[in-house]
Design a protein around this ligand. Structure first.
Ligand SMILES: [Zn+2]
Ligand SMILES: [Zn+2]
Length: 170
């Protein structure tokens, strides 16, 4: 469970142990969603003064990324620590940058939107299926991880001018 009753949070802290499912409606169309197991979130949510709450915890999950050399799918593990202040809007101090505003009238503090945001920041943009992935041959397109092709190594374009000069001389 990732949402909590605000009035009861004012009375006592809650320990957080929940999962943001890959199928949760909080995810948007182009998001890098977690794999089926979802994002596991643990931590503690406590009152931090009038209308303010502090979340300290950690999330963990796995995402599917594309290897930037051979484009195969790679599963990468994603985890990070999260420390956030939530504040009811209308509160004078709620203008700070690192504060997540709770819309006025909300009775529940929902961790799912912030878990989504933190997750998207933590998912790597590039992955390698393995350190020595050979990728594709730029000439014939062969996957050099599984087949050796006979293409010569790509020529260095810096020599093209010189070569053209020599050919016109002879
Ligand atoms: Zn690869
Ligand atoms: Zn080739």
């Amino acid at each position: 469970m990732l949402y909590f009753d605000i009035r009861s949070l004012e009375a006592h802290a809650e320990s957080v142990d929940g999962t943001l499912e890959a199928s949760d409606p909080v995810w948007q169309e182009d998001d890098s969603r977690p794999v089926q197991a979802g994002v596991h979130v643990v931590g503690r949510l406590s009152s931090a003064g009038a209308g303010r709450f502090y979340f300290s915890g950690r999330f963990e999950g796995a995402a599917v990324a594309e290897c930037r050399r051979c484009l195969c799918e790679v599963t990468v593990s994603v985890s990070d620590d999260v420390h956030l202040i939530f504040a009811e809007s209308g509160n004078d101090e709620a203008e700070e940058d690192d504060v997540v505003l709770i819309p006025p009238g909300d009775r529940e503090l929902d961790l799912r939107p912030v878990v989504r945001e933190e997750w998207l920041l933590a998912v790597p943009a590039f992955a390698l299926c393995r350190e020595d992935c050979q990728g594709f041959c730029p000439s014939c397109g062969a996957d050099r991880n599984s087949e050796a092709c006979t293409c010569p190594p790509p020529s260095d374009p810096r020599w093209d001018g010189l070569r053209a000069m020599r050919e016109s001389e002879s």
